[in-house]
Design a protein around this ligand. Structure first.
Ligand code: IP8
Length: 247
């Protein structure tokens, strides 16, 4: 599938300093840029100030734990609420979403995930999914949108993956933007993630896995629409690109 996987970071689409604060204008601007890029896309969004505070309150994280039913249910409720808001912003500018649970990647009526996703795209819709709570072993865990992005790139053999962040890209330990990163960047010190998943470190681990599939990987600010547009189209942009060190 000749598509770009776009991960809309939770810290871009919501204000993480304030519970349940959605940034509608930012999502609308990003959606406009996506519409005018005329790229085929699959979107994934993070939890931001909807999913993470609820997950954390109930002790849910990216390692499996025995969760209470109310925790699992309420976290998913927050994610579905955020997804509705995102889809409303998208459709307000003519980008029509087809939301699916990441579980659907497993199978869909005997059809492979890549073929049903392709059919949805061909019908003029944009598949959209998000970080979720999933069963693992005896318990539940938070499945990050970053990990889902990797799975999508693998299944779709996506040409490009764009991670939309609240900063320009990845910074070194002296606060300078790194324009191009490889495996060695995992030695960087990242401040402890204050969310239910892995923050920038997990994002980089997934980004490196994506790069090793042969997919181009870009990390770009969601607040600089022009740079986002360029990254989406595979042009040079201000931000960070991730390369497979073997390339
Ligand atoms: O923000 C986490 O997704 P992420 C989703 O992409 C939940 O890590 C449920 C907190």
């Amino acid at each position: 599938v000749d598509a770009v996987v776009v991960k809309l970071g939770g810290s871009v689409i919501t204000d993480k300093s304030s519970p349940f604060k959605y940034r509608g204008e930012v999502v609308t601007s990003l959606a406009r840029a996506m519409v005018s890029s005329s790229q085929k896309m699959v979107l994934v969004h993070g939890g931001g100030s909807f999913g993470h505070p609820v997950a954390t309150t109930y002790g849910l994280s990216s390692s499996p734990s025995r969760a209470t039913p109310d925790g699992v249910s309420r976290t998913r409720e927050a994610m579905f609420k955020l997804n509705r808001l995102v889809c409303q912003s998208l459709s307000s500018v003519g980008l029509y979403a087809y939301t699916f649970s990441p579980f659907t990647l497993v199978q869909k009526a005997g059809m492979s995930a890549s073929s049903w996703i392709k059919k949805i795209i061909d019908a003029g819709l944009t598949p959209v999914t998000f970080g979720d709570i999933v069963i693992e072993g005896d318990g539940f865990k938070v499945l990050s949108g970053d990990t889902i992005s990797y799975e999508l790139c693998r299944i779709l053999k996506a040409k490009r993956c764009v991670f939309v962040l609240d900063v320009d890209g990845v910074y070194n330990n002296y606060g300078r933007l790194i324009r191009e990163i490889t495996r060695s960047s995992l030695n960087l010190k990242f401040k402890r993630a204050d969310d239910a998943t892995g923050g920038m470190r997990l994002k980089l681990i997934e980004a490196l896995k994506i790069a090793s599939l042969g997919t181009q990987v870009a990390l770009v600010s969601g607040f600089k629409i022009h740079e986002f547009s360029k990254a989406l189209q595979g042009r040079e942009f201000h931000g960070t690109i991730v390369r497979n060190s073997a390339q």
